[in-house]
Each structure stands twice: as C-alpha cells, then as structure tokens.
Write a protein that binds this ligand. Structure first.
Ligand SMILES: Cc1cc2nc3c(=O)[nH]c(=O)nc-3n(C[C@H](O)[C@H](O)[C@H](O)COP(=O)(O)OP(=O)(O)OC[C@H]3O[C@@H](n4cnc5c(N)ncnc54)[C@H](O)[C@@H]3O)c2cc1C
Length: 383
C-alpha cells in the first residue's frame, strides 16, 4: 500500500501541488504482510465497494507494464468459487452484485468446473462460479515495481528507517512533521499511515484508537501429481473453508479460512506452519482435490493479516488532525486492491476526496457509527 500510494502521489503531484514525497519503511519493502501474501487476484466479494476496488485493480494488473512499468507477475488462471448448500443463497446474491458493478463472473455447471480443474471433486457443490480473468500476481514484485516507478518520479524511499512519531501543532489539530527513529525530522503537513499490522500500535502511541488487530495465518504448498491434476485455476472453497491457487510448475498453494490467532507484537510470531494446521488443512483440501491426499508437502509458512470488525479496510483521513490519513485493515485480501487503493488515496490526499469511486463505506467513523459493512460468509475464506 505504501509503495502504491507513494507512486500514485508522485504521478499526480503536478495536479495537486505536493512538492516532495518520502516513503519511510521500517525494514525492507515487502517485509510485512505483502511479502507473505498468496497474492490471489479475484473478484468474489460480498460488498460492492470491495468488488469494484478489485475489478478496477485487475485492469491495472493486466496492463501493469503500460500503466506503472515493470513486472507485477500477473498470471491469469481463472478463479473458481465453490459454495455449499448453507451458503448458496448469499453466494448467488453476491454474484449478481458483482455483475452489477461490472465484474465478469458467472455461475457454471459442475461439468464445466471439472473441465477447468481436472482431478477436482465437484459434484458436492451447491453452486460454482467462475471468473475467467482472475489469477494471481507476485506481491513483492508488485511492491518493488511501484517503488521503482515512484523513485523514477522523484520519491525518496528510506529503508530501515521507521517513522517514530507524527508531530502536530500545539493543540494537536494539524500535522507539522514526521520524526524518524534515527532522529531526523521531515517537515510536512501531510502524513499517510499505511503500516499494515503495525497500524494500531503506531496510532495508539499517538492517542488514536483504531479497531485493527494483527492475526496470524498459515499457507501450505503441495507438490501435486501432474498426471492427475496437470493444471487448475485459483479458487475458494467456501464449504471446506480453504482457498488455493497454482504456484510455479507443479505446486498448489493452499490457505484456510477458519484459523486465526491474534498477535500482539507484529514482530514476534511463529513464522512456520504448525502440525495441527497441516493435518487439518490437508484433510480439507483433499476433499476438493483428492489427489493431494498423497502429495508431498513442499513448504509451509505464516504471515499476518490486519483485521477490522467488518473485514473491510479503512481508507480515510483521521478526523480532528488535519493532514493525517490512514490506509489499512485489509484482512487477508488487500494485495489485489492495492493498485486502486494507491489511486484513491492519492485523490483523497491531493484533491480532498476520492473521485474515481465512492469509498465512503470504508470511512473510519463507521465503527463508532455502528455502520459496519455487511455480507460475507462468516469467515475469511477468500484471500
Ligand atoms: C498469508 C497471507 C496470505 C494473503 N493472501 C492474500 C491474497 O491471496 N490476496 C490478497 O489480495 N491479499 C492477501 N493477503 C493480504 C495482503 O497481503 C495484505 O492485505 C497486504 O499485503 C497489506 O499491505 P500493507 O501495505 O497494508 O501492509 P504490509 O505489507 O504489512 O506493509 C506495511 C509496511 O509498513 C512497515 N512499517 C510498519 N511500521 C512502520 C513504521 N513505524 N515506519 C515505517 N514503516 C513501518 C512494515 O515494515 C511493512 O513493510 C494475504 C496476507 C497474508 C499474510
């Protein structure tokens, strides 16, 4: 998010008069959630705001070299969504909503799914949707490409340089600068906080409470038997609470939707997959892809989501402090939104409001208002 926002701010700087953009990174680019992202790029959401963000972002991923330059690694695989009997009604309503905002997706027959994904068990599904244009990208590569373009547009990127504090005027109503951990002071009247799982801690240090929690999530890679499952699209299996996508030549990446542990300090968490997770997810994925029951487990690791009470992000200014903005809380699905998030945050900062689309459902005040975004299947199966 930081790289996308900095790049988009620089690309539009002439129009809104920002003179200098500096990106501060605590460690290295992609060292937070982004570097561990499964980087699925799919459109299946339960709210129009997320579906539209994803659809508009997809157009940037598909034309990345022309728009931003460099490699985002977008790989079109198509995307399948399997729903069980309990979820099929909301699933159908979600497909209709996605189509209404322009997403190309449709409900398909089990026989069509079997053709798209040879070796998959498809007959138990109460509904199956297919997005022909979706796929996955390279999350670290995308961040790096945004950073490279940002640098070319004049952005200064300071690595291993944490922001220590946002400085305000006497009564705390206006941003006046940012102090770095090594003691530098950058004079500025605009600061955008996009610190992923660190957001809540960083802002709490400034007396600002945001309902964001870091949670730990695991991912496994299986080496699949190519004679049985030669290829397959990306997808989500709502009944078995897993998501999957192909990785490289012969791996299938699998994540899950029903385990999450809250992590107090984003710098301290177990980074490897646990035995309990492996046993559980292995059984569940084998219900959808039976040949994986005997596959080799090639890798397992964990990363952090940043959860909000409605699993939707915050893209907003912070009320009461002029010049302070917040971008975060993307749960397990922010990577695919990052191209549009950069565009919209640059509009919000530079022009005073997001113009390309309505992001009011993502305002920070919704939590206090009790106006949470609805929908969802009750768990975060869709990465
Ligand atoms: C296992 C896993 C699988 C996922 N799968 C998908 C998926 O398939 N599709 C999808 O769309 N999304 C997915 N996500 C979610 C997605 O990766 C995140 O929503 C996205 O990467 C969030 O980006 P970010 O820039 O907000 O956070 P981050 O990538 O965490 O970036 C925040 C950065 O801020 C830096 N920072 C922190 N504090 C400071 C400070 N004080 N000063 C300066 N810098 C600071 C950190 O070092 C970090 O680099 C997944 C996430 C995980 C963990």
């Amino acid at each position: 998010m930081g790289c996308s926002i900095a790049c988009n701010l620089a690309l539009t700087a002439g129009a809104h008069g920002l003179r200098r953009v500096v990106l501060l990174e605590r460690d290295t680019l992609g060292s937070g959630s982004t570097g561990r992202s499964s980087a699925a790029v799919r459109m299946h959401y339960s709210t129009a705001v997320n579906a539209e963000l994803a659809w508009r972002s997809l157009q940037i991923f598909r034309n990345f070299d022309d728009i931003i330059g460099g490699e985002c690694g977008f790989t079109r695989t198509g995307y399948l969504v399997f729903a069980g009997a309990d979820d099929v009604e909301s699933f159908r309503a979600n497909i209709a909503m996605q189509q209404s905002v322009g997403v190309i997706t449709d409900i398909i027959r089990a026989a069509d799914a079997a053709e798209l994904a040879p070796g998959f068990a498809v007959d138990d599904a109460a509904g199956i949707a297919y997005e022909p244009y979706s796929g996955h990208a390279d999350a670290s590569g995308t961040a790096y490409a945004y950073a490279t373009r940002a640098r070319a547009e004049g952005v200064t990127i300071r690595l291993q340089c944490p922001a220590a504090a946002i400085e305000t005027n006497g009564d705390g109503t206006r941003v006046e600068g940012v102090r770095t951990a090594d003691g530098d002071r950058i004079a500025t009247n605009v600061a955008v906080v996009a610190a992923g799982p660190w957001n809540a801690r960083f802002l709490a240090g400034h007396g600002i409470d945001v309902p964001m929690v870091a949670t730990r999530h695991e991912v496994l890679h299986f080496r699949r038997p190519l004679d049985v499952v030669p290829h397959h699209p990306g997808g989500a299996d709502i009944s078995n609470r897993i998501y999957f996508r192909p990785e490289g030549q012969d791996l299938t990446l699998v994540g899950n939707g029903n385990h999450s542990d809250v992590v107090d300090d984003p710098e301290v968490y177990a980074q490897r997959a646990s035995q309990a997770f492996i046993a559980d997810v292995w059984q569940r994925v084998a219900r959808r892809i039976p040949a994986l029951a005997d596959a080799e487990l090639a890798a397992g690791y964990a990363g952090l989501y940043t959860d909000t009470p409605d699993a939707h992000p915050v893209l907003d200014r912070v009320d009461g402090i002029d010049g302070l903005y917040l971008c975060g809380g993307f749960s397990g699905h922010g990577f695919k939104l990052s191209p549009m998030v950069g565009v919209l945050m640059a509009e919000l900062v530079g022009r005073g409001r997001a113009e390309t689309m309505d992001i009011s459902p993502l305002r920070l005040s919704r939590f206090a208002e009790g106006a949470l975004n609805g929908g969802g299947y009750g768990f975060a199966v869709l990465a």
